[in-house]
Structure formats: C-alpha cells, structure tokens
Design a protein around this ligand. Structure first.
Ligand SMILES: Nc1ncnc2c1ncn2[C@@H]1O[C@H](COP(=O)(O)OP(=O)(O)O)[C@@H](O)[C@H]1O
Ligand SMILES: [Mg+2]
Length: 407
C-alpha cells in the first residue's frame, strides 16, 4: 500500500482527471490537499479519498508541508507528494525537500520554471535554443537587440499560456515596450531572438533520469500567432509515425535537454521548433504533463489511458510504454467577433457530414459562455484515424467550417 498526497489547488477539470486516475490505482491511498473544500471536488472524489486537508495558499511550500503532516495523521505516513499544475512544481519540490520525500529537486524544478535559467542550462549543455537576455535595464535590452536583430519575443520569466508574450517586429515597437515596462533589477524583461520553424511538442516519460518514451505533436499555427489573430482557430496534430528520421533531431535534443535540466521520473512537456532544414530548436520545457488536451490526444493515439499511466509513473515509478496505433488531433473552437459572450456556433452540420465518423470527443462552446482569453478557445473537437493525412484534413475541415461567434 502506498500513501500519496495529491495537491489540487482548485477543482479544475484537467487536474481532477489526473486525481481520479490516482484514485483508481489499486494499492494506493490518496489524500488531497486543496484550497477548495472537498465537496467542490465532486461526490465521487469525496467518497474515495483517504484524507483531505484544506490550505489557504496552495502555492505556498510551508502550507504544503503542514498539510502533508496533517494528512499523515489522518492516513499514515505520506510517501509521495504530487500535483500537475505548472505553478505548483517549485513549491511541491520545496515541500518534498523539507519532508524528505522523493521527486524532482528544487534546483531542477527551478530549471523548468524560470525560462531564463532554463535557457542558460540548455545552452551550457549544448542544446540548440533561442538566444535570450534577461534584461535588467533598458540599456541591456538595447545591447541584446543590437546583437540579435529583429524580430524578438518578450515574455514573462515564469509565464504560461502565452500570456503577456509578444512578438516585436519593428524598432519602434521595441522602444514602446521598453517605455511601457522599463526593465529593472527588480522586474527584469525576458527577451528572446525570434525562432522561425514549425512549432511542436515533445511529451516524454523519464524513469530514474532515463528517457523511455516520447510522443510528438504539431501545433498549427503557433500559439502566439493564434493569439495575435482573432479569426484563427488552433489545431494540434499527433502524426501516426513519430519514430522516423524526421524527429531524430528532437529525440536527440530532447534527451539532452531533459538530462541537463535534471528530469528524474515523470511525464514532461517540451515545446520545440522544427527548422526548415530539419534541425530542432528547443523552446521551453515543463516538468508536468501537457495541457491543451494533449494528454487526452495521446490517450487516443496510443489507445491507452495516459492519465492513469502518469499516476502509476509518479506514484509507483513504473511505466509500460504504449505503442502509437493512430494519428489524432484536436481542432480548437474559438469565438470571433466583437462581443465577450458566445452567441452562435455555425457550420456544425456541414462539418459533421464531412468528418463525423472520425470524431471521438467534442466539447462545444455553450451559448452565453464568457469568451476565453486563451488560444484554446471555448471548445474543441478531437478526431482520430490510422492515417495522419486523414486526421490533418479533418482538422482543417473543422476549423474552416465551424465558426463560433461572440456578440
Ligand atoms: N523565441 C521564440 N521564437 C518564436 N516564437 C516564440 C518564442 N518564444 C515564444 N514563442 C511563441 O510564444 C508562445 C508562448 O511562449 P512560451 O515560451 O511557450 O511560454 P508559455 O509558458 O506561456 O507557453 C510559444 O508557444 C510560441 O508560439
Ligand atoms: Mg509554451
């Protein structure tokens, strides 16, 4: 019997799905640490947890330590402290260190969370990545720009979801940005050279520091382009074949990057660019499972429950590598227009007639739903088929035919 503390700050659907998988494992007792009261997590979860501890600030390592000790009194000594949310990874590591629990170290968690530090580590290890500068003054920013030229990307040091991330193409835009948010020692600005290439993810499993399994997905277009263009709906494609020469550069760079950052045992989410000449450039790496439905897409492509596989991996240290049997993809449905509420979803019947048999999962935007600020939009359609081209075409059909209106 293994006793686990699972941190789920709030009842977010994705986190709940990972929690349910942990609860479904045999020989495992799961206690939950959350800011939400237990009944907010649903009756099924409330019935199955072995303990619950409520915290005020789930991102505070000290509170996580207290909570884990509190849970231990309810259900016996805790052997694992886990959670999937990006912002949790450093406090989780800090709490584990105090409690003497196994898992990613604080140093490694910081490598994954702080994008400037991440790129320093990657470059030192010889992993191809964008040149960057954590500018602490406007003068430092200008010196970096003189070195790399335009365009550049500015982003938060510990960002997520492409929030406050901008591509700057003209010198005037750069001067404006520096004037609006002057970098300082207290609030530095992360600037990166702009990488051209097709953006992808590399989602992989390490056990004891060894890379044992990897999945690749292709983003069309890049999340940043989606956010910059109101009318674009995003797609993610998991091609059927990912073992061939096309992805050899990322398998090599991915393995090297994870070793340099200090990945031990877990499912991590890397983003990377495939240059026109085939080279791979690593963009960023997160020490947690992928969001944006990619864990669901992997489950369809491999015909295996990757949520459960994650739970087994981080709780039991074991992973049975599944084989890819299908191509799978998601078309994200995103409202366009002036308003901030969803008023209509058009073109569903035509899309249904064209690709209906390929659809395995749908979440439609609800009428009246608040408009999302994310590149994921308000809904999605997931399709799957043994052939990559069939899935790719279906995704294009969906994003061109289905129109979500906001008014
Ligand atoms: N150096 C870069 N060159 C080109 N595009 C970039 C670069 N950095 C970020 N982007 C774009 O911005 C998006 C968000 O940046 P990212 O570093 O992945 O932060 P987040 O943690 O918010 O996902 C990326 O998915 C990519 O489309
Ligand atoms: Mg990203």
């Amino acid at each position: 019997m293994r006793t686990v503390a699972f941190v789920i700050p709030f009842a977010f659907e994705t986190s709940l799905r990972f929690l349910r998988s942990a609860l479904s494992l045999s020989g495992v007792r799961v206690g939950v640490i959350s800011a939400d009261p237990l009944d907010r997590l649903g009756p099924e979860i409330a019935r199955r947890v072995a303990g619950h501890w409520r915290v005020n600030d789930p991102l505070n390592a000290g509170e996580l330590v207290q909570a884990t000790r509190g849970l231990a009194k309810q259900m016996g000594s805790v052997e694992r402290l886990v959670g999937v949310l990006e912002q949790l990874q450093v406090p989780l590591a800090q709490a584990r260190e105090v409690l003497g629990l196994p898992g990613l170290s604080v140093e490694a968690a910081l490598n994954f969370r702080d994008k400037a530090r991440m790129k320093d580590v990657l470059r030192r290890a010889g992993v191809p990545c964008a040149r960057h500068c954590l500018a602490r003054s406007p003068a430092e920013a200008k010196a970096f720009l003189a070195e790399v030229g335009l365009p550049v990307v500015i982003k938060p040091q510990a960002g997520a979801g492409a929030k406050n991330t901008f591509r700057l193409d003209a010198a005037s835009q750069v001067l404006e940005a520096l004037a609006a948010f002057p970098p300082s020692a207290a609030s530095p600005t992360l600037i990166e050279e702009f990488v051209t290439g097709r953006e992808h993810s590399f989602d992989s499993v390490c056990v004891g520091g060894e890379l044992v399994w990897a999945s690749v997905s292709r983003y069309t277009p890049s999340p940043l382009e989606v956010l910059q263009n109101d009318w674009i709906q995003w797609t993610v494609l998991l091609p059927r074949e990912v073992g061939g020469p096309e992805f050899e550069p990322i398998r090599r760079a991915g393995r090297q990057a994870l070793a340099a950052l200090g990945m031990t045992t877990g499912l991590s989410h890397m983003e990377w660019f495939q240059r026109d000449d085939g080279r791979a450039v690593v963009s960023e790496v997160a020490a947690r499972p992928p969001g944006a439905q990619i864990t669901t897409l992997m489950s369809y492509a491999y015909d295996a429950d990757l949520y459960r596989a994650w739970a087994k991996l981080v709780i039991g240290d074991t992973f049975e590598a599944p084989e890819r049997k299908y191509a799978a993809g998601a078309a994200y449905l995103r409202g366009q227009g002036q308003g901030d509420r969803i008023t209509a979803v058009r073109g569903l019947e035509r899309a249904q007639a064209a690709v209906g048999p390929l659809v395995v999962e749908v979440k439609l935007p609800r009428m009246g739903q608040a408009r999302s600020s994310s590149y994921e939009g308000e809904g999605y359609v997931i399709v799957r088929h043994p052939r990559t081209e069939v899935v790719q075409e279906a995704l294009q059909t969906i994003v061109t035919q289905v129109r979500v209106e906001a008014g």
